[in-house]
Write a protein that binds this ligand. Structure first.
Ligand SMILES: [Zn+2]
Length: 294
């Protein structure tokens, strides 16, 4: 199995990081993609990847980053784009992310007045677009975090092909930028829309194994049923979202097997089938795009 989304650089793993990594590879994990959430964490992600053959890195800014103040109006906007682009060119970087839109945190936080909301959303969108541009330029796929922002997300992703910079990049064949909606939790109407975009994949996390709340469990099961296996990947999001067996505890990459088991039960297929197809999807998603790069 391939864990396509994890945060092994987080302090939760400071005491036993190497053990957790060894446990993952000893228990059937073939590869791990470690995800960046800001510049510092993206650097750490690359460090980890350079140390371990089967760990790969994604670099990017989490949407929450753009909720802090009005970064969009400050001079350092250009600066972080350049720095991120430089990191993205590192040999073991296989994706840009996690980036995207998160309106959940800003609407549930008392520190923002409604006047700020519009501006924060605008900043998040700008930050997302800038990172998509980097991905397009370098021929990398994009790992998307989305909460309570599905309409705006669709608006952006469905138009990616129309961006002015959508032109042939030397050494990289013209192709659509791939996106994966990580920890997917959209409504039926969202799933229907995103399924129509051929360049969009979905990854599921431990929350699909939670029996409660029941309405939420059913909504996620419905998404698992609707989405064909060849559009799916596995995503631990460790240290967060431990599967039901370990709910509330620290999560780790080897627990993605519980996500695979849940998908197998919902789709009434074997776990081996889930593993085979999701591994193939991850290979295609992260490694086929590295054409033209060494
Ligand atoms: Zn994450």
């Amino acid at each position: 199995m391939i864990d396509t989304h994890t945060h092994l650089d987080f302090p939760e793993f400071d005491q036993d990081r190497e053990e957790v990594i060894r446990r993952a590879f000893d228990n059937g994990i073939k590869a791990i993609v470690n995800i960046g959430v800001d510049l510092e964490r993206s650097r750490k992600s690359i460090e980890l990847a350079e140390k371990h053959e089967r760990i790969f890195a994604a670099v990017g800014f989490h949407p929450d980053f753009f909720s802090k103040g009005d970064l969009g109006n400050q001079g350092d906007w250009k600066d972080w784009v350049e720095k991120l682009k430089k990191l993205a060119k590192c040999k073991k970087v296989v994706a840009i992310g996690e980036t995207g839109l998160d309106y959940f945190h800003i609407t549930h936080s008392m520190e923002h007045g409604t006047k700020d909301l519009k501006k924060i959303k605008e900043n998040q969108r700008r930050g997302f677009l800038a990172q998509i541009e980097i991905a397009k330029e370098l021929g990398l796929p994009v790992i998307v975090h989305c909460r309570n922002a599905w309409d705006d997300l669709y608006e952006i992703i469905s138009k990616v092909r129309l961006f002015p910079s959508d032109k042939q990049v030397v050494g990289i064949p013209q192709s659509r930028t791939l996106f994966v909606l990580h920890c997917y939790s959209g409504e039926k109407k969202d799933t229907e829309k995103f399924l129509k975009l051929p360049n969009v994949y979905f990854s599921f996390s431990g929350n699909i194994t939670y029996p409660k709340p029941a309405d939420r469990a059913e909504k996620l099961a419905e998404a698992v049923r609707m989405i064909p296996l060849d559009k799916m990947m596995l995503d631990s999001d460790a240290p967060f979202l431990a599967p039901q067996e370990f709910r509330g505890k620290r999560n780790e990459p080897m627990y993605v097997k519980f996500i695979a088991e849940k998908i197998a039960r919902v789709k009434e297929i074997s776990v081996e089938e889930v593993e085979r197809v999701t591994d193939g999807n991850a290979m295609k998603f992260f490694w086929d795009k590295k054409l033209g790069r060494t």
